[in-house]
Design a protein around this ligand. Structure first.
Ligand code: SF4
Length: 216
């Protein structure tokens, strides 16, 4: 199959289909403020959002403030978040994040990428999630495993590294679509363009796609 070369018109068509298919998508991680979203995003590494959403209501009831997270002992917090996996590292990150935010940012979640990535546990992807979803700030495009896979399948990038993929995507996706685009691709990747056996027969992008693993 001939590779579908990307053009501005093709990008616009991809965005149109995503907007039509997923008009009102939101972040799947439940949260009621930026701090809760940061914690939920840290917990979501190597874990499903469904599992994180099972853990966070009890967690935020037990530790209602950033101060509560800053002072809890790491073993205790690790036990509270055990079912999300990698619980020792995640507990360390969350406690470190709470202390950093209290000590360096006056207890407020910083609203620039440069500042947010200095917070323990908040690498570029996490920072983009928090800035985009909690504050509506389009700091970049969240590149998770779904975005990584679909951007390649749709020939929007030839890179495998998430940072390079993001650099490619921000050049072709208009900034006012960055936040929605990530949420939409994540939904698309969970429902249709799944990793194994993508549901190509029902895919609204079918005519635009020449992925090598497309199922004809
Ligand atoms: S046609 Fe298949 S591989 Fe291509 S975007 Fe759709 S689901 Fe993914």
């Amino acid at each position: 199959m001939a590779i579908k070369k990307n053009t501005p018109a093709r990008t616009a068509e991809i965005l149109r289909i995503l907007n039509e298919t997923y008009p009102n998508v939101e972040c799947a991680l439940h949260h009621s403020n930026a701090w809760e979203l940061l914690v939920a995003t840290i917990l979501s590494a190597q874990c499903t959002d469904v599992r994180v959403n099972m853990v966070t209501p009890g967690l935020f009831a037990k530790y209602p403030t950033i101060q509560d997270f800053a002072t809890v002992r790491q073993e205790v917090l690790a036990n509270d978040i055990r079912s999300t996996g990698f619980f020792n590292n995640k507990a360390k990150s969350v406690i470190g994040a709470a202390n950093k935010i209290l000590n360096d940012f006056g207890g407020k979640i910083p609203q620039t990428l440069e500042e947010l990535i200095t917070v323990p546990g908040a690498a570029r992807k996490t920072a983009n999630v928090v800035l985009g979803t909690a504050f509506g700030i389009a700091s970049g495009i969240v590149v998770d495993t779904h975005v990584q896979r679909i951007a390649n399948r749709l020939n929007l990038t030839k890179n495998a590294d998430p940072v390079k993929i993001e650099q490619d995507l921000v050049k072709i996706i208009p900034r006012d679509h960055w936040i929605q685009f990530s949420h939409q691709l994540i939904h698309f990747g969970r429902g249709i363009c799944v990793a194994r056996k993508p549901k190509c027969a029902e895919c609204p992008m079918n005519s635009l796609c020449s992925a090598p693993d497309k199922i004809a």
